[in-house]
Structures are given as C-alpha cells and as structure tokens.
Write a protein that binds this ligand. Structure first.
Ligand SMILES: [Zn+2]
Length: 436
C-alpha cells in the first residue's frame, strides 16, 4: 500500500463515533482524502511520501466556524463597552457605510481566514455582503467556506431592495455551483430586518437550490418583544408559519428562545449556532444550550464577527460554552467534553449540510484536520487528552493544520528564554503521573 501522508499521533479523536479516543493511531491521507485511521503499529508495511510524527499531539477534524462576518475583521476593536444599539448606530453602521465594497470584503476575509486557519478552523460559514469576494478571501487563506446570499430590509452598496438581494444570491449559487471548496446559503439577516414578503422569497430560493437558510434569530429580548408587538407571535413561530423551519434552517444565537420555540426547532430538525462570546460581550443573555442538546437539536459553534468577540478562536469559544452552559443549567454533568468537541466539528458540518465531506475523520472524507500539542507546559500532565484539549490547551497549541490533505499551517516550537524547558516539564509531570 502506498499513500501520500501518514500522520502518527499520540491520540486521534475522529468524532465518529462521538467521543471516541484512539491512542497511538495514524491517519492515512492520499489525494486529499482520508484513506484510513489505524493503530500506528499497523502502518509499518505502508509506504508514504511523508510521515509526520506527533507523539505528544491529539489529531482531530478541523473546527467548523458555523457563524461569522469575516470582513468585519477590519473593524476589530471599535466601540467597546457601548450598549448594543449605540454600538451599531454610532460605530459599526457608519464605518460599514463608509467602507463597504468588494475590496473591503475581500481583504477583511483574507485577514479573517488567516486568523481562523491558525486557530484550527478549516471551514467557516460567513454572513455578509459581497459574498463572492468573501469566498475569495477565505479560500485564499486556505479554508473552505459557506457564504451567504444576504437579504436585509434596507439598501446597501450591494443592492437596493429585496429583489436585488435575491438576484445577488441567485448569482452566488451559479458562481459556486461547481466549486468543491465553497457552498452557498441564503442569509436573511434577522426577523426584525426582513419582512414577510422577503422571507417567502428567501424560503422559495432555498427550496429551489436545496440550500441552508442562515439567520440570526432570538438574539435579544427586545427582538422577541418587537415580534410579539408587530406580528403577534415570537420570531421562531413566525418563521414556522412562513414555512422556513426545516432541517435546512440554521438559527444563529437563539439566546432568548422559550420552551415552545425550542420544540419547534427540534421538530423541524433545524440547527443552532451558539456564539457565547458575542452574546456575553453584547449582554444579550445566556443561551439554553443544555436544553437544546437534551431535545436532540444539532448544536454547532460560531465566533460571530470580531467586532463583537473580538477574536475567531473556536477552541476558546467552545471552552467558554462548556463552562457557561454548566453554570446556566447548574449541572456539571451537562455540556460534556465529547458533546462540545462534536459541536465544534461535526455539529458545524451537519448544520451546513456538509457532513458528507467534512466534520469527522472517516474513510473517504476530505483530509481537513488539525494537530494540537498536549506536550506543552499548559496541558501537562495528560490524564484525559480530550478534556485537556478543551479545558487546558489553547489555540496557540494548534501546531499543524491540513485542508484537503495539504498542510496550510505548521508552527515551530518556540525557543528563547524560558524558566522551565518543555522536556523538564514533561519529565516532572510524567514522574508524578506514573505514581497514581
Ligand atoms: Zn452575527
């Protein structure tokens, strides 16, 4: 047998089945696809152009950032500590009004994509204007993406009205129909910025292309109150009445959903994107994620844009989600490590309808994977690799990233002045670990 690459890892977390952890296993890659995941001792007779030895590392599928606004990377740091509407009206919207253009979207997305891939994100679902240019920036940075044909109830530099937004979305479907690295969703902005007529057009367009609908929903209590006042029902009930809720629906945030709305999402087999950093920074509230998971709703993770985060660190986001979720439901047994790492990988792939190609390390899937170094002082000693990946390691420990079997990030171990070397730290912790 001959393959292009063998990655020999200390541990492999394939995400299929959920929670599986394989010790001293290797991932075999050829022609950009995963050929097999096997015990390393069984790889001796296999020839490879390249063997990557990572004995201290855990290898897993690349993270899927299921909700972001990549061009907003060029607005990072604006308006900290302002109330939400002040922040939007005095900082974000005026800046966007000045800068919005295809070039702004391309260059912002290139920067965002570079930060994302260094953070282990190998696929991002974006929601913004000029999505063809967003896709160009993200793919040039080396990652796959799903981009949105945005629909919003006010004019922009891109389109004047609903019909023009729908035309732009149609053009995206045509543009990326044969691109293996880019998919397209329909992106109505939010229930309070898109009227019923436009939502019906969104539904019909999504049905026509069998595409996902990617929408901010139930983000704040103000949104719920506005919907009750204007439409007499809560946002998700309105979307259900208009025929938008099914397995293709991606509900971003969903912070203020009540039990009846969660039931609607579960029955529709829709997905949720959880973005805790953004929800906390904008004081939107606490998403009932443990309840969603208990109802069987597919939960994925998103960073939102950096204007409200202010970084695209999906591992950090998932760690925060786990701890926050436990506190919200006051139950340490919820938001389990396996569920959270699954949400950050397969959950995103499922939300995007891309789980046929990405999200897990299985034979025939795209070789989109990352290696995280658990031999650094911040993760030692290693008693439970999956738990320590989530709770101890950080994105700085992500040492290698492959997309379609090609290495796109490889970080060197840093030399320089340190109080304790990596080797000494490993020696000390190993000695005590072996005494248990
Ligand atoms: Zn957003």
């Amino acid at each position: 047998m001959h393959v292009h690459t063998i990655i020999e890892a200390g541990w492999v977390m394939p995400m299929a089945p959920k929670g599986a952890l394989l010790t001293r296993h290797s991932v075999l890659i050829d022609e950009g696809k995963i050929v097999a995941v096997v015990p390393t001792e069984e790889t001796q007779g296999i020839e490879a152009k390249e063997i990557v030895r990572l004995p201290d590392h855990i290898v897993l599928p690349g993270f899927v950032n299921a909700h972001t606004h990549a061009p907003m990377h060029l607005l990072r740091g604006m308006g900290a500590d302002l109330p939400l509407m002040d922040w939007l009206q005095t900082k974000i919207w005026p800046a966007e009004g000045k800068l919005m253009s295809p070039e702004f979207c391309y260059e912002g997305s290139l920067i965002a994509g570079a930060e994302m891939v260094e953070s282990g994100i190998t696929c991002a679902s974006d929601h913004y204007f000029f999505s063809e240019d967003v896709a160009r920036g993200l793919t040039e940075a080396g990652i796959k993406c799903s981009v949105s044909g945005i629909v919003i109830g006010f004019p922009s530099a891109m389109a004047k009205n609903t019909d023009e937004y729908i035309q732009c979305a149609e053009a995206l479907f045509e543009r990326f129909a044969n691109d293996p690295n880019v998919r397209v969703t329909v992106g109505p902005h939010a229930p309070y910025t898109v009227d019923d007529d436009a939502l019906i057009k969104v539904r019909d367009l999504a049905h026509k292309h069998n595409a996902r609908i990617h929408m901010h929903v139930d983000e704040t209590q103000t949104e719920i109150e506005g919907s009750l006042k204007q439409y007499g029902v809560r946002p998700l009930q309105r979307l259900q009445n208009l025929g938008l809720l099914d397995e293709r629906f991606i509900s971003v945030h969903t912070v203020c959903a009540d039990d009846a709305e969660l039931e609607l999402l579960a029955r529709a087999r829709a997905s949720v994107v959880h973005c805790p950093c953004s929800n906390l920074k904008l004081a939107s509230g606490f998403s009932p994620v443990a309840k969603m998971m208990a109802l069987g709703i597919n939960v994925s993770m998103g960073t939102d844009g950096v204007a409200s985060n202010d970084k695209v660190d999906l591992l950090g986001e998932t760690r925060l989600a786990a701890m926050l979720g436990k506190a919200v439901c006051q139950d340490t047994t919820q938001m389990k490590v396996a569920d959270m790492l699954y949400a950050a990988t397969m959950g995103g792939a499922k939300a995007l309808g891309w789980d046929d190609r990405i999200g897990s390390l299985e034979k025939g899937k795209d070789a989109d994977l990352i290696a995280v170094d658990l031999g650094n002082i911040d993760a030692l000693p290693v008693f439970d690799p999956a738990s320590q990946l989530l709770y101890s390691a950080g994105r700085e420990d992500i040492s290698h990233v492959w997309v379609n079997g090609k290495i796109v990030v490889k970080k060197q171990q840093q030399e320089g002045l340190r109080p304790l070397s990596r080797e000494n730290a490993q020696k000390i912790t190993k000695t005590w670990q072996n005494r248990i």
